[in-house]
Design a protein around this ligand. Sequence first.
Ligand code: UD1
Length: 372
Amino acid sequence: MMELVVAVVVGARPQFIKAAALSRAIAERADKGLRPVIKQVLIHTGQHYDYQMSDIFFLDQGLPAPTQHLGVGSGAHGEQTGEIMKRLEPVLGDLSPDVVIVVGDTNSTLAAALCAAKLKIPIAHVEAGLRSFNRTMPEEINRKLVDHVSDLLLCPSAHAASNLKSEGITMGVHVTGDVMLESLIWAQSDPDEVEEVLDHYGLTSGAYAVATVHRAENTDDPARFAEIISALEALAVSGLSVILPVHPRTAPLLHGRAVPPSLKLIDPVGHSEMLALATASRIGLTDSGGLQKELYWLGIPCVTMRDETEWVETVEAGWNILAGASAESITNAAQKLLEHTPTERPPIYGTGDASDRIIGILIDRYGKAQEH
Ligand code: UD1
């Protein structure tokens, strides 16, 4: 039987969301009986392992349980990346897939791409071409290296493809749109479910801000972190309450801090609950890449608490302000967006068919041999 064997390597929270979109599109092909048959082997590195950081995303997104779980867990960058490579190499070697799909820019992405490259297995990078041009970010190192060893570079936007061109990468580059848009459409709650989430947290639709902080550049720098929390506290006492699902990296930094009651610190939430919180919010404040786009798609303005963003289109469209990490610039940016929320939202990351496009590209490139 004609079969294309695709190994998908995931490990961290945002990757589960993106892989789920692809996985659903693969399952739909199978339901329709389309050829070639795509056999997906899902490999979880174990970079994220808590229920709230991992399992809940598999349940939320209907992602099948991983075929292989490498159980790597946390560690310093070298330790984590090296351990994933050590455990993944024999798995990929035995499996010998037609292509390895890696997603995003985490240590799991880098480790998997390096393993596959050394094993001479083709690599398809989903979310290729993103750049912050800040080489102190671990993610920037990861994504650059991954792009340079990938055979297929699947870009969410034309801008991402132009970043690759300026680094001399032109072969195998495709603009597919963003798979996260499909996950958002899939996981979006209906109004009753949103209401339930708001009741649970004691929130009123349109009267609160949703916030997240987890980037190493913010959490590992006490001065930046203090400014960000001061900004969220100031916002929370100004009449707009703030809800902050706390990433495990951030939790110890907030331990014992007396924040105003209108700054609600909650445990990390699953994707559908996060989308419900974003949908009914008045504004978002974040250092996450994914949330910047989700807020845009939902028509909620966003303050990005970083010095740069990979998602420049959201800034150009006027929905996202890059505020850095000073309390004053964060509160000023929030004020500005609250007073003048833009209205136009061009479809900057595609129209929600990125997974089908990606699958089509994989079949064109790697499916032909099996068809003869
Ligand atoms: C990683 C990615 C980042 C992505 C983020 C999403 C890298 C370099 N960074 O950062 O790009 O935005 O995932 O969350 O890969 N921890 C737990 N339980 C877990 C997972 C982590 O307690 O299930 C704690 C551990 O103390 C760990 C820390 O969080 O040391 C950081 O986790 P790690 O996987 O190293 O990176 P993230 O900060 O999550």
